[in-house]
Design a protein around this ligand. Structure first.
Ligand SMILES: [Zn+2]
Length: 320
């Protein structure tokens, strides 16, 4: 090839260049991840996502990574990332590859956003929250005289666009992106990257094949699938773990789920997660490492319920 010919790398290659990510191996066609935000100590809900994603990865003889989602910097608390990693280590959970942080990934997000601006899929917008009051916050067109001071960048959602996700736990889930979500934000008016863009870019760069996380994020999956399509990135599979209900069938309050878990006394919380994941027979071992080994041996993904109740979790005694 003539030396003056410049090869234009695909966005996918730009995002993975010089990042040191190890490509997924042929033996392991499954790569999962746990991606906590350093906004508070790990709680039972986050531990369920950590152990659930780890179990599904190991059940498939796959890899499991930890990624720190510190893109929303004002909400991040100093020292919490270290605390979360220490807690995970207390549960015997370690990333198979070096932990990455979204705060160090600005270049990759910028490249993705620029490519969406270049294709006209993304656009600049000054509509403020109050400008969108009449449409319930759903953005379909910029108002004639936007009142926002700073610009945000949104993804254009075509009229009539519905995205279906076949979730391994929650089943078939369809969302009318135009009606229910609208043109959503990729770069915020406060100059921060939006979660949706960061997650999609990072999952692709880390070659994540399976996204396993809490059911509260199910309604983000269609947005992420559509962004993957617009960026020509590989599609990920989804498993949204059960919603946790109290013994009366009500959604457990955030504050109940937010009680921190103790990495120094891991077995009770691991037993609670085991029950919440629909795995009935208790595991009686002394160390978290032995617990994980035994859990992989016994784990049955088909038993994971769509929702779960603290009442069906003997180790919790109805409490978490
Ligand atoms: Zn607008």
């Amino acid at each position: 090839m003539a030396p003056h010919v410049k090869i234009k790398p695909r966005l996918w290659q730009i995002m993975t260049l010089n990042t040191g990510f190890r490509p997924i191996t042929t033996e392991s066609r499954y790569r999962g991840r746990f991606a906590p935000s350093p906004t508070g100590p790990l709680h039972l809900g986050s531990l369920m996502a950590a152990i659930g994603s780890w179990l599904l990865a190991r059940h498939a003889r796959g890899e499991w990574l930890i990624r720190i989602e510190d893109v929303d910097t004002p909400r991040c608390i100093a020292g919490i990332e270290e605390d979360q990693l220490r807690t995970l280590a207390g549960f015997g959970l370690h990333s198979d590859l070096p932990v990455i942080r979204q705060s160090a990934r600005q270049e990759a997000y910028r490249a993705a956003l620029q490519s969406l601006l270049n294709t006209g899929d993304a656009f600049r917008c000054r509509c403020s929250r109050s400008d969108l009051r009449d449409t319930g916050g759903i953005h379909r067109h910029c108002v004639s005289q936007p009142s926002g001071h700073a610009e945000a960048i949104r993804l254009r959602i075509p009229d009539g666009l519905a995205i279906a996700i076949d979730d391994a736990v929650q089943g078939h889930f369809v969302q009318a992106l135009d009606r229910d979500v609208g043109d959503f934000v990729l770069f915020r008016s406060d100059a921060l990257w939006a979660y949706q863009l960061a997650v999609v870019v990072d999952d692709a760069a880390q070659q994540i094949t399976h996204v396993v996380r809490g059911a509260d994020l199910l309604d983000s999956a269609p947005r992420q699938r559509f962004l993957q399509q617009r960026l020509a990135l590989p599609t990920t599979h989804y498993s949204h773990l059960p919603l946790v209900l109290d013994s009366d069938g009500n959604k457990l309050s955030k504050s109940s789920l937010a009680l921190p878990v103790d990495g120094k006394n891991p077995i009770p919380a691991m037993s609670a997660v085991w029950g919440l994941l629909g795995q009935i027979e208790p595991i009686k071992v002394a160390s978290p490492e032995a617990w994980l080994l035994e859990a992989v041996r016994r784990f049955d993904p088909l038993k994971i319920p769509r929702s779960t109740s603290t009442g069906s979790c003997p180790p919790c005694h109805g409490r978490v």
